[in-house]
Ligand binder design. Structure first.
Ligand SMILES: *[C@@H]1O[C@H](CO)[C@@H](O)[C@H](O)[C@H]1NC(C)=O
Ligand SMILES: *[C@@H]1O[C@H](CO)[C@@H](O)[C@H](O)[C@H]1NC(C)=O
Length: 482
C-alpha cells in the first residue's frame, strides 16, 4: 500500500478546486489547518482493520484473524497468540502477555471483531473504505466499526505496545480477546468461550468491554445492562368471510393487546423525555406483525376476503436491573386483558428470549477491589470527574463475563461524538482514537499492577460469584397458555 497522507491529497484537491467542495448538500471544508499532524501509524492500522468485511451475515473472520495476528506480531513480538474454535469458522483469538506475578487473577481486554451490516447507498463515504475526512474542524475516520468496536480492539494493542516500549511489565497477566458474533447475540462467540476450560485457565479477575459514545464532555462507564425479553404473541379465533362482521376476530383481539402494550410504551417514552437514563427505563417495541393468507396474484400480496384465524405480534422488551421480573410479568399479563375482568380469548405466547437474572458489577470497593485501580486509571487521564456511571441500555458480551462472577467495566473512550452505533456514517475522530490509546495505557497500567488478590468463590451451580445475585439465563421456549 502506498501511504499518501490524506492531507497531501486534500491539499492538491484544494489547489485544483478552490477552498470548498460540495458533497451532497453539505459544505465540507477541505482546508486542513496547518497545525493538523499527518495521520499517525495507529490510524493506518485501524483503517486496515476497518476495511476487512466482518459485517454480517458473512463476516470475514479468518481475514480479521490473520490481520490481528500480524499486527500483534509487529507491535508486541513477545506475546503469545492462541486460537480457540468452538464453532467452525467462528474462532476466538486470545493474546497473552504474561505478568510477573502469575498467581494474581488476570486482566481481560475484550472486543468483538464483527460489525453490523450497513446500507452503503445511504453513506456519504463508503462504510468499508475507512476514509479520513476533515470535517467540522476535525479529522475523522468514516467506517462501520469505527465506534463499535474495532477501534477499541486495536486501542488495547496499541496501548500495550506503548507500555512495552516503556519497558513496563505487568504484575497481572493480561489477555486480549477478539470474539465473533457479538452483534448476533454472542452465543457462538463469548457465550461458548466463557463456558470453556480454556477460559477458566485464563483465571480472569477483571475485564474491560465496550461502552457507548457520548456527545457531551463526559464518558459512559457501564456496570450492568438491561435484560432482553423477546415476546411472541399469538391470537387464534374463527376465520370468516370478509363480508361479514363477527363480534370477535383474531386481529381485533391482537389489536387490543398491542394498544395496551403501546400505552405502557408511551409512559416509558415520557420518562425518557423527562431525562431518565435509557438504562433505567423499560423498553418496549413492536418487532413484527403477522396475519393473513399470502396470495401472489393479489396486488397486496394477500387474500382480501378472508378474516384470518391467526394473528401474531412480537415485542422487544428490555428490563433494567433495577426492575423485578414479577413486576414486568404482571405488566405484560395486563396487556392480555381485553377489559377489566376478561382475559382476551385465544391468546398464547412464547418467549423467544427471556434473560431472567443479571449480575451487576459492584461499585463498592469492598465487593469489587478493581474499582479503585479503575478509577485511578481514569484519574491519571484526568477524566475521573467526567464519568457517567450507568446501565447499558442494550445487551453486550459483558453479560457473559459478569455471569461468571467477574467484574466487567463497559467503556469506550469516545466523548464529544454522536452515538452512531449501527447508524449511517459511523465515524471516529482521529484525535479521539489517539487519546483513547493513552486512556487505555493508564487503565491497563493501574489494573495490571493492582496487587490485592480478589477471592473468587463459586455458587452451587459452579458460577463464580463476586456479586451477590445468582445467575440463570433461560433462552428457551416456554410456552404458556393464558
Ligand atoms: C500467526 O502468524 C504466525 C507467523 O506467521 C503463524 O505461524 C501462526 O500460525 C499464525 N496464527 C494464526 C492464528 O493465524
Ligand atoms: C523478548 O523476548 C526475548 C527472549 O526472551 C528477550 O530477549 C527480549 O528482551 C524480549 N523483548 C521485549 C521487547 O520484551
Amino acid at each position: 500500500m502506498v501511504n499518501v497522507s490524506p492531507r497531501s491529497i486534500v491539499s492538491v484537491l484544494a489547489l485544483l478546486l478552490g477552498p470548498l467542495i460540495y458533497i451532497g448538500h453539505e459544505k465540507i471544508s477541505i482546508d486542513i489547518p496547518s497545525g493538523v499532524a499527518p495521520v499517525p501509524g495507529p490510524v493506518h492500522r485501524l483503517q486496515e482493520y476497518l476495511r476487512i468485511r466482518t459485517d454480517h451475515p458473512n463476516p470475514a473472520y479468518e481475514e480479521a484473524q490473520t490481520f490481528l495476528n500480524e499486527t500483534v506480531r509487529s507491535l508486541l513480538p513477545n506475546v503469545s497468540v492462541s486460537v480457540h474454535t468452538y464453532v467452525e469458522g467462528k474462532s476466538v483469538l486470545v493474546i497473552t502477555l504474561p505478568g510477573t506475578q502469575p498467581h494474581l487473577a488476570s486482566l481481560l481486554l475484550n472486543s468483538h471483531t464483527d460489525v453490523v451490516p450497513s446500507e452503503e447507498a445511504k453513506w456519504q463515504w463508503p462504510p468499508y473504505s475507512a476514509k479520513t475526512v476533515f470535517r467540522d474542524g476535525e479529522l475523522r475516520i468514516y467506517a462501520r466499526g469505527s465506534q463499535d468496536m474495532k477501534s477499541v480492539g486495536l486501542q488495547y494493542l496499541e496501548a500495550l505496545a506503548e507500555l512495552a516500549q516503556k519497558n513496563w511489565i505487568p504484575k497481572r497477566t493480561i489477555h486480549v480477546s477478539f470474539v465473533p458474533d457479538e452483534e448476533i447475540g454472542g452465543r457462538d462467540g463469548m457465550g461458548k468461550f466463557v463456558e470453556s476450560p480454556e477460559f477458566d485457565a485464563l483465571n480472569v479477575g477483571v475485564a474491560l468491554d465496550e461502552g457507548l459514545p457520548r456527545d457531551d464532555g463526559k464518558f459512559n462507564v457501564y456496570y450492568g445492562e438491561r435484560r432482553t425479553w423477546w415476546l411472541a404473541v399469538k391470537v387464534n379465533d374463527n376465520p370468516g368471510h370478509g363480508a361479514t362482521l363477527p363480534d370477535r376476530t383474531a386481529s381485533n383481539t391482537l389489536n387490543k393487546i398491542i394498544a395496551n402494550a403501546l400505552a405502557f410504551r408511551e409512559k416509558q417514552v415520557k420518562r425518557l423525555k423527562q431525562g431518565v437514563d435509557p438504562g433505567y427505563i423499560i423498553g418496549v417495541n413492536l418487532a413484527y406483525l403477522k396475519a393473513g393468507h399470502p396470495d401472489e396474484e393479489m396486488a397486496s400480496g394477500f387474500v382480501m376476503n378472508v378474516i384470518p384465524s391467526v394473528s401474531e405480534a412480537g415485542f422487544d422488551i428490555r428490563v433494567p436491573p433495577t426492575v423485578h421480573n414479577t413486576d414486568v410479568e404482571q405488566e405484560i399479563e395486563s396487556w392480555f386483558m381485553c377489559d377489566e375482568k376478561e382475559k382476551c380469548p385465544g391468546v398464547s405466547y412464547d418467549w423467544v428470549m427471556k434473560v431472567e437474572t443479571d449480575v451487576m458489577t459492584s461499585r463498592d470497593p469492598s465487593e469489587n477491589t478493581f474499582i479503585t485501580p479503575f478509577m485511578n486509571g481514569m484519574k491519571n487521564s484526568g477524566i475521573e470527574d467526567q464519568l457517567s456511571h450507568g446501565i447499558f441500555p442494550a445487551a453486550t458480551d459483558s453479560r457473559y463475563i459478569r455471569k461468571k462472577g467477574i467484574p466487567c467495566f463497559g467503556f469506550s473512550p469516545i466523548n464529544r461524538s454522536p452515538d452512531l452505533l449501527h447508524k449511517h456514517n459511523e465515524y471516529l475522530p482521529v484525535d479521539t482514537y489517539m487519546r483513547g490509546i493513552r486512556i487505555y495505557e493508564n487503565l491497563i497500567q493501574e489494573l495490571g499492577d493492582h496487587q490485592s488478590v480478589s477471592v473468587k468463590v463459586e455458587d452451587e451451580n459452579g458460577n463464580g460469584v463476586l456479586s451477590s445475585t445468582p445467575v440463570h439465563e433461560s433462552e428457551s421456549e416456554e410456552k404458556q397458555d393464558l
